[in-house]
Design a protein. Structure first.
Length: 298
């Protein structure tokens, strides 16, 4: 089966096409159709070929987490069962089944709510230079991949396709979305990460860091949106292989990042074709994480 790198639903109005997801209008103006394609990006650049089945895994994981976290925060998911969606959506079943969600229409807050439980990635790079993450001072002497004393909220701006998100100090969040929403987003992001990380650890997976998106519904409630806790938006590490002081093996797109580094990929783009070997290794890790965390064969 070929990868679905772009949906084709001519009888539905396409509203947006992001790095991975596509958004369509449906008959009910308070709802939207959310589709996860098989596109994959790295360094905010979309590769020219996709990873077959990736969108279905992301959808299954997000649906699982929305349900698992519903007692902490509301979310935008109405249903991920195509049989419960409008006929205008069901006619594209061959393309969309297993990779689409009917969701509530929200006012999306223009920030990424990033939570770090361990020091890695761009956070580790900044800490080595300045002893901070997002200009937040941290204790001296931390080592790569070390668990932080408590989860750290480090938001970023939400860039357009082709641009890069910019990490910001939490104090700047209020300037972008207002003090009330900034406080709520930080509280929810920490609470969600904490519950998810505790659950994942019982399954042998460390959630090193993750990013969330939030929206505001018609009643002014801040609720969880987009995807949640997938290998696209999170770093998952096998707990039994964890050793502080070095990089960790992970259930994400690290095979792709390593390949791009080896080939001196220009991080400004354009995207390139990914070899089949890298595709197979990447989807294998995505599936492994998805099946461990959801407890389902996917």
């Amino acid at each position: 089966m070929a990868a679905l790198t772009e949906s084709n639903c001519p009888d539905l109005k396409l509203l947006a096409r992001g790095k991975v997801r596509e958004l369509y209008e449906v008959e009910d103006k308070n709802q939207l159709l959310f589709i996860a394609s098989d596109r994959i990006s790295a360094y905010d650049v979309i590769m020219t070929n996709g990873i077959t089945g990736k969108g279905k895994l992301l959808t299954a994981m997000s649906a699982f987490w929305f349900d698992h976290l519903k007692d902490v925060v509301g979310n935008h998911l109405i249903t991920d069962d195509i049989n419960k969606m409008p006929a205008s959506v069901q006619k594209y079943r061959d393309q969309l089944e297993g990779r689409c969600m009917l969701v509530k229409k929200l006012k999306i807050l223009p920030v990424e709510a990033i939570v770090r439980g361990y020091i890695t990635g761009s956070g580790w790079a900044e800490y080595k230079k300045s002893g901070t993450i997002c200009d937040i001072p941290l204790p001296k002497g931390l080592v790569e991949s070390q668990k932080l004393e408590k989860p750290l909220f480090t938001p970023s701006t939400k860039a357009e396709i082709g641009d890069h998100d910019e990490n910001i100090h939490p104090s700047k969040l209020a300037e972008i979305i207002g003090a009330e929403y900034a406080k709520k987003v930080e509280e929810l992001a920490i609470a969600i990460y904490t519950k998810a990380a505790e659950y994942a650890l019982t399954k042998g997976i460390i959630i090193a860091d993750t990013k969330f998106e939030f929206g505001v519904d018609q009643d002014g409630n801040v609720i969880l949106a987009d995807e949640v806790l997938t290998p696209d938006s999170s770093r998952f590490w096998p707990a039994d292989k964890y050793v502080a002081g070095q990089g960790q093996p992970s259930y994400d797109k690290q095979f792709l990042r390593d390949y791009l580094t080896e080939t001196n990929f220009n991080k400004a783009g354009p995207g390139i074709a990914i070899p089949q070997e890298i595709i197979d290794k990447t989807i294998g890790k995505y599936r492994e994480a998805a099946e461990i965390l959801t407890g389902r064969k996917l």
